[in-house]
Design a protein around this ligand. Structure first.
Ligand code: GRF
Length: 218
């Protein structure tokens, strides 16, 4: 039996997705090898400590420019010898050079039904536009911001009178199931990258839609 997939998680803040990923390690068959934050105050660092997972801070404000920051970040990532990097609320834009070094080995969670609503403040923008549906997407990271192939997507109906806060909370609840599931698929080799995403032996042209039964896809 091959050793479990080693995942490094990059965070900037609260780390609720990190927590969900940590909690599902055993059931989904991967190991969180390390956590890296670009913010020293990120609450997610305490979650890593609590789980006994090593962490480090690469504070972007201490580097003169983006390439210098990314060189330090890459050095820390490599130190953890990961098979996969999972961005979980990591709020720095990564350059094309950096992304290219980890092609097919980096995932992100974005709080919208991509390709709709790339970028920031998605919950507020979705509400302002009067949308009926919102959700979250797990995608491979490419040089195009929030533009890499989406592998798994979960959607929610927007409720009457919904606020930005309630919507964020509901979307994050969904993310906490989506992200470990996608990592589990990679750990189990159902999902892999070969010039693009493949799922169960076939190229994945459309994101898999989350439902409670999605774990049972065969
Ligand atoms: C998540 O909603 C994710 O979609 C977005 O940032 C948020 C991070 O939340 N990219 P947390 O730090 O995992 O709690």
């Amino acid at each position: 039996m091959s050793p479990p997939l080693r995942v490094v998680i990059l965070i900037s803040g609260t780390g609720t997705n990190l927590q969900a990923i940590l909690d599902a390690q055993r059931t989904e068959g991967y190991t969180v090898a390390g956590v890296i934050s670009n913010r020293p105050q990120a609450a997610g660092l305490a979650r890593a400590a609590q789980a006994g997972v090593p962490s480090c801070v690469v504070d972007h404000t201490r580097y003169p420019d983006r390439p210098a920051f990314e060189a330090a970040l890459e050095a820390e990532i490599v130190r953890f010898a990961p098979d996969l990097i999972a961005l979980a609320g990591f709020m720095r834009v990564l350059t094309a050079d950096f992304v290219a070094r980890f092609e097919g080995r980096m995932l992100n969670v974005h709080p919208s039904l991509l390709p709709a609503y790339r970028g920031l403040h998605t919950h507020a923008r979705v509400l302002a536009a009067g949308e009926h549906w919102h959700g979250s997407s797990i995608h491979f990271v490419t040089a195009e911001l929030d533009g890499g192939p989406v592998v798994l997507q979960g959607r929610l109906p927007i409720r009457p009178g919904e606020s930005e806060d309630t919507l964020r909370e509901r979307v994050q609840g969904l993310e906490h199931r989506l992200y470990p599931t996608a990592l589990g698929w990679i750990a189990g080799r159902r999902l892999r990258w070969q010039d693009g995403p493949w799922f169960d032996g076939a190229p994945l042209h459309e994101p898999i839609q989350w439902s409670e039964a999605v774990d049972c896809v065969s």
